[in-house]
Design a binder for this molecule. Structure first.
Ligand code: PEP
Ligand code: MG
Length: 312
């Protein structure tokens, strides 16, 4: 079925009236990057979840080991855009070599970029390895930090990344970062919205809870209102705003995100063709109209129906 979907859409991503939207893949290591690249339809990698490559490791991988892993992913997409995320360890993805302390509420604890407070060297080694991997590669990777909550965190991360000649960005997945999007965008070159965590934290509903699925729906108008805010800040700053959470894998919602000002969509590679195909059938004005209706709706169900009425 995947082959059939791919056969019907070969990229590049754009709306029916020619507005370009990069359609990128989420990957976890060299193997998944190569199979994503083999689909032949992606414009690059929008989210390389580096922690997933290290889940089983008892010790921190050496800089040389990390360098070769990062280079495999960069090379798989040979000259195309690759966005590498620094470790998002903690919460649902503890790493053995990080020695996470016990926390009663780990989703709100020391996860993602927050480990710099206790383990600055882990992020330093990782950035050194990414810089080494970029040396002589076909494209210089973009590097982003997960779980950034403040402007100061974005500034500190950007300085570390720029010092190594790389392009800094941050994920917008904590509501405070969405609210401060203008100021955060002044510090970095791009942002990428993680709708999985942005929804979890906006709705105060555990993303792993099946019982709370109605709350952890990225069609929640409050979540879309935050995306709208970030999209507007990106346009004002003339800087890219991506989405790399599961929302980008829903063809209808992907069109709504584009209407909210999102310039790239990164999803599981298998979901890319249906997203690209849907986007090619609608205009940017239709996306914007559907987005306004979805933000104004009282519920995810109403928002989805309103978007479908515009987008088909
Ligand atoms: C997200 O939170 O939407 C995201 C892309 O990051 P992860 O799913 O890895 O937490
Ligand atoms: Mg996240």
């Amino acid at each position: 079925q995947l082959a059939a979907e791919v056969a019907q859409w070969r990229g590049p991503g754009r709306t029916a009236d020619g507005h370009a939207v990069a359609i990128l893949g989420n990957v976890a290591d060299g193997v998944s990057a190569r199979s994503a690249a083999d689909l032949g339809i992606l414009a690059g990698v929008g989210l390389f979840r580096t922690e997933l490559a290290f889940l089983e490791r008892p010790d921190e991988p050496s800089v040389a080991q990390q360098q070769s892993l990062y280079r495999e992913v960069i090379d798989a997409f040979d000259g195309d855009k690759v966005v590498i995320r620094t470790l998002d360890a903690g919460s649902d993805k503890p790493l053995r070599f990080v020695n996470h302390p016990h926390e009663d509420n780990p989703a709100m604890g020391v996860r993602g970029n927050r480990i710099v407070a206790t383990h600055p060297e882990i992020r330093e080694h990782q950035l050194d390895a990414i810089a080494a991997a970029a040396d002589g590669a076909g494209a210089v990777p973009w590097v982003m930090a997960p779980m950034v909550a403040t402007v100061a965190e974005a500034r500190e991360f950007a300085a570390q990344v720029r010092e190594r000649g790389l392009t800094p960005g941050v994920m917008i997945e904590v509501p405070s970062a969405a609210v401060q999007a203008e100021k955060i965008l002044a510090e970095v070159d791009f942002v990428s919205i993680g709708t999985n965590d942005l929804t979890q934290y906006t709705m105060a509903a555990d993303r792993m809870s099946a019982e709370l699925a109605a709350l952890t729906d990225p069609w929640q108008p409050a979540v879309l209102a935050l995306v709208e805010r970030v999209g507007a800040a990106g346009r004002a700053a003339d800087k890219p705003v991506g989405v790399c959470g599961e929302a980008a894998a829903d063809p209808l919602l992907a069109c709504v995100l584009v209407g909210l000002g999102v310039s790239s969509l990164s999803c599981a590679p298998a979901a890319a063709a249906p997203v690209g195909r849907k986007l090619a059938t609608v205009t940017l004005d239709q996306c914007a109209a559907a987005a306004q209706a979805a933000v104004a709706a009282d519920s995810p169900v109403d928002g989805r129906a309103a978007a479908r009425a515009v987008l088909g």
